[in-house]
Design a binder for this molecule. Structure first.
Ligand code: SF4
Ligand code: SF4
Length: 436
C-alpha cells in the first residue's frame, strides 16, 4: 500500500465519522508551528518574514498539545520555523503520539542526525546489541564517526528526557527543493542538500519513516525534480508531497529588498503551475506521492477545485491563523489578529470570500494559489466530487507502492553548491558527481 494500512484506516474512519454526523467543516491536518525561529533563510519562505518580530517566541508545550486536542485532526504536521530547534520537541512528539496522532516533523534536516544519535544513546543501556549493530551499519556507510559512536555508547546524558524514535505513526518530512545546486541556492546555505541526504540514509538504516516535501517555483526544472524523485525512491524514501510555491507578500518584499529579485520571476501563476505539473499524473503512479489523484489532476489542469483552507488550520505563537496557512487577515479576536480557538476560527471567518471559483479569484491574493493546504482537502473530502472519484482514490491509496525506479544511480545529484551568500551567488556547477 502507498500509505500504511493502519494510518489509511484511521484517516478514513475519521472522515467517514464526520460525514455520517453531517459535520460541515472539520480539520484533517493541523499545521502546528511551535516557533518561527529557523537556522536557514530560504528565499521563498514567508514564515520567517511574516513573523520576524516573534522569532524568539515559543508556543508552550501545553498549548501545542491542547491545539491538537481541540481540532482533533488525525494528522499533525509540526512545522515552523525549524521544529528541531523547539526545546521540547521530543516531549511534543511524544505527547502527540500519546494522543494517537499521525505526526510529521517538517524539517530542513540540519539537526536530524543529532536527534537520531540522541535516540540511539537513550536506547543503548536497554538494547546494546541492537544499537551496536546499527553503529556498525552506520559507520560502514560513512554516516557515523568514531567520536559519535563513543558518545552513543556512553548512554543518554539525561535518562529522563524523551527522544524521537522510529514509529509507524511518525514521519520525518524533509524539505528538498531540487538537487544539490538548486536546493542549496533556495535555502541559501552551502552543504544543506548533502546533510539532508546523509540524514535520510541514516534514518532508513535506523528504521524511521521518511517523507520529502518539495515546493515548485518558476525557476524549478521539472526534469531535475524527476531525477530527484528517482534518486529518493532508490534511497527508500517512503513518500513525497509536492506543491506550487505561494507568493507570500512578506517573501515578495524581502526578495526585492535583500536579493534584488523580482517576485514574478520566482513565483508561479496558475497557468505556469499547470504547465509545471503537466507530468503529475505520470508521476503519481511512478513515485510514492502522498495525496489524492483528484488533487494531482487539479495541479495538472485537468479539473477545477474550490479552496477548503479550514481543513488544514494553522496554530502558532499568536493563535489560530486565518483564513489559511498563507494569509493573515487579522480578523481574529485575540488581539493579534488570530483566534484563540479553532472553533472561533471556523465560526467567524467568512469562507465565501476566499479561493478561486470558475476561474475567478474571490480574493486577489488567492488568484495564483493551487497549494495543497487549500485544495488537497477539497479532493480528499470529496467536496467537488465527480463520478468515479471515490473509486479512483481508493484504488490509488490501496494499490501497491510504486517500486524504486532503479534510476537513482544515474543521477548527478551533487551538481554544484552556492558560495553561501544567497540566492544569486551560486558558483558554477562543479564537475557532476553521480549519486552515492
Ligand atoms: S527551513 Fe523552512 S522555516 Fe526555515 S527558512 Fe526554510 S522554509 Fe522557512
Ligand atoms: S486559495 Fe490559497 S491563499 Fe486563498 S484562502 Fe485558499 S489556501 Fe489561502
Amino acid at each position: 500500500m502507498r500509505f500504511p494500512l493502519a494510518l489509511t484506516t484511521k484517516i478514513a474512519a475519521y472522515i467517514v465519522g464526520h460525514k455520517l454526523r453531517g459535520t460541515q467543516k472539520f480539520a484533517t491536518v493541523l499545521q502546528l508551528e511551535p516557533l518561527h525561529t529557523c537556522n536557514l533563510t530560504c528565499t521563498g519562505c514567508g514564515r520567517i518574514r511574516e513573523y520576524s518580530t516573534n522569532l524568539k517566541d515559543l508556543l508552550p508545550l501545553d498549548d501545542c498539545l491542547a491545539a491538537a486536542e481541540e481540532c482533533k485532526a488525525p494528522m499533525v504536521s509540526i512545522c515552523g520555523g525549524e521544529p528541531l530547534i523547539y526545546p521540547q520537541i521530543e516531549a511534543l512528539v511524544q505527547g502527540l503520539l500519546d494522543q494517537k496522532r499521525i505526526v510529521y516533523i517538517c524539517t530542513n534536516a540540519m539537526f536530524m542526525r543529532k536527534k537520531m544519535r540522541e535516540w540511539m544513546a537513550a536506547q543503548y543501556p536497554k538494547r546494546p546489541t541492537f544499537i551496536e549493530q546499527k553503529i556498525t551499519a552506520l559507520s560502514d556507510a560513512g554516516l557515523m564517526t568514531e567520536k559519535d559512536a563513543a558518545a552513543i555508547q556512553q548512554g543518554p546524558k539525561d535518562a529522563a528526557k524523551p527522544t524521537i524514535g522510529p514509529s509507524k505513526w511518525l514521519y520525518w518530512n524533509v524539505h528538498l527543493d531540487g538537487l544539490e545546486r538548486t536546493h542549496d541556492l533556495i535555502v541559501e546555505r552551502e552543504g544543506v542538500f548533502r546533510e539532508c541526504i546523509l540524514a535520510i540514509k541514516m534514518a532508513k538504516i535506523l528504521g524511521y519513516q521518511i517523507a520529502t516535501n518539495t515546493t515548485v517555483y518558476k525557476e524549478t526544472d521539472m526534469d531535475e525534480v524527476e531525477q530527484m524523485l528517482d534518486f529518493l525512491s532508490d534511497l527508500g524514501v517512503d513518500g513525497h508531497t509536492i506543491t506550487p510555491g505561494y507568493e507570500y507578500d512578506a517573501a515578495k518584499k524581502d526578495m526585492i529588498k535583500r536579493l534584488n529579485l523580482q517576485p514574478e520571476d520566482f513565483f508561479l501563476t496558475r497557468d505556469l503551475t499547470v504547465k509545471k505539473f503537466s507530468r503529475m499524473e505520470q508521476w503519481m503512479n511512478r513515485y510514492t506521492f502522498f495525496g489524492t489523484p483528484v488533487y494531482f489532476e487539479f495541479l495538472a489542469g485537468k479539473r477545477d477545485l474550490t479552496c477548503s483552507a479550514w481543513a488544514i488550520p494553522t496554530r502558532n505563537i499568536r493563535g489560530w491563523k486565518a483564513p489559511c496557512y498563507f494569509m493573515t487577515d487579522s480578523v481574529g479576536t485575540n488581539g493579534t489578529g488570530h483566534f484563540n480557538t479553532y472553533a472561533e476560527l471556523l465560526e467567524h471567518v467568512d469562507w465565501s470570500k476566499y479561493g478561486v471559483v470558475n476561474g475567478v479569484a474571490r480574493d486577489p491574493r488567492c488568484e495564483n494559489c493551487m497549494t495543497h493546504c487549500g485544495y488537497e482537502p477539497t479532493a480528499s473530502l470529496g467536496l467537488n466530487a465527480q463520478k468515479g472519484d471515490t473509486w479512483k482514490t481508493i484504488k490509488f491509496n490501496f494499490a501497491s507502492r510504486p517500486r524504486p525506479t532503479g534510476k537513482g544511480n544515474e543521477v548527478a545529484v551533487y551538481n554544484g553548491v552556492t558560495s553561501g551568500n544567497g540566492h544569486l551567488t551560486g558558483k558554477k556547477a562543479e564537475p557532476a558527481a553521480k549519486a552515492s
